[in-house]
Design a protein around this ligand. Sequence first.
Ligand code: HEM
Length: 383
Amino acid sequence: MLDDTRSFTGEKNAGPNRNSARGFEVIDAIKTRIEAACNNTVSCADILALAARNGVVLAPAGPDYVKEDDKIYAEVLSFKRILEACNSANGQLSPNFYATTCSNLQTIVLDVMRQTVNREPRMGASILRLFFHDCFVQGCDGSILLDDTGSFTGEKNAQPNSNSVRGYEVIDAIKTRVETACNNTVSCADILALAARDGVLGGQSWQVQLGRRDSITASLSGADSDLPSPFADLPTLISMFAAKGLTAQDMTVLSGGHAIGFSQCLLFRTRIYNETNIDPAFATARRANCPFSGGDTNLGPFDNTPNRFDNNYYQNLVAQRGLLHSDQVLFNNGSQDATVRTYSTNAAAFLQDFGAAMVKMGNIGPLTGTNGEIRRSCRVINS
Ligand code: HEM
């Protein structure tokens, strides 16, 4: 595609090309738009490769011409695909990443999550937590989904995950359906990001950014060190979220994930037996299913509507009914009191801020471009 110059002789005037090869200005037009979108990123060679395919695929069968509309459409389609690729190369996610390559993706994920939550309401909460635990270790890269093997140690047996995180088989089921619809296209990390939203609010809420790729590594030690403990105090929580680029306010609104789901007794026992900043009636109620000794795995709900994503969590904090120590520190005469109070009286503000903070959390360290891979099975790295 290089022009001749005084000091340079290109290929345009070679015998097979002169007065014969055409379309240079189409590639120029695409290049101009690509440069506006992602400066200095996409090669002319790649643009030509995509445009060549799209021009052919879109040509009507039969007569040997391409209608003007089709040409334009082909150009737009090339542009869209290249834009996806270059967004990804720039490390940016986009809500339309699979619009042309797996247009049914969102419907499939929503469908499976609806069926799953109908069958087992708690699973929405479990998948939300799975996503949080993915994002906080190496970024949102599906690393938590990898099984241990003889030669590979993953994150599933890290202390915060073992006998605690659940829902892996739901992600497998979604992946199977997505692979049938669009083979080798959608990452497990993106499936998890969509499922986390759909399990909570049925897809109505925030727009999930897409384009993550899957890791080819996992980090047991990262899971042990980077995931917050239910016994942590406020400064520790704030600094652990800050280490992931999230503010104290993000931390407080994301803790609203505890509007749904359950905790095992061993993780809140000291709170209900030893702490003083707790409503006595609440402590008594939770003790009924969490004895002083034994019953470690008995479940207690975070609030009295564990299947409904509402602002009860914050109302409970104001009433000293936080279940975990790490919940109540958000409202204990500290820097987050005002935010907790706001969300306790304004459910709409909570829902809106929660969506924005989920998008922010979903942006932690994604693998994009040619980093990582699209795993065929979410449990193992491609061989
Ligand atoms: C602020 C620091 C956090 C700490 C210390 C923490 C700790 C915990 C603990 C100990 C449990 C119970 C686990 C078990 O019983 O095995 C739990 C459950 C849960 N967490 Fe968190 N969490 C935090 C933040 C978050 C965030 C940011 C989200 C999501 C945005 C989240 C979502 C959930 C959900 C939905 C459950 C219930 C899971 C189920 O029922 O299966 N948590 N969390």
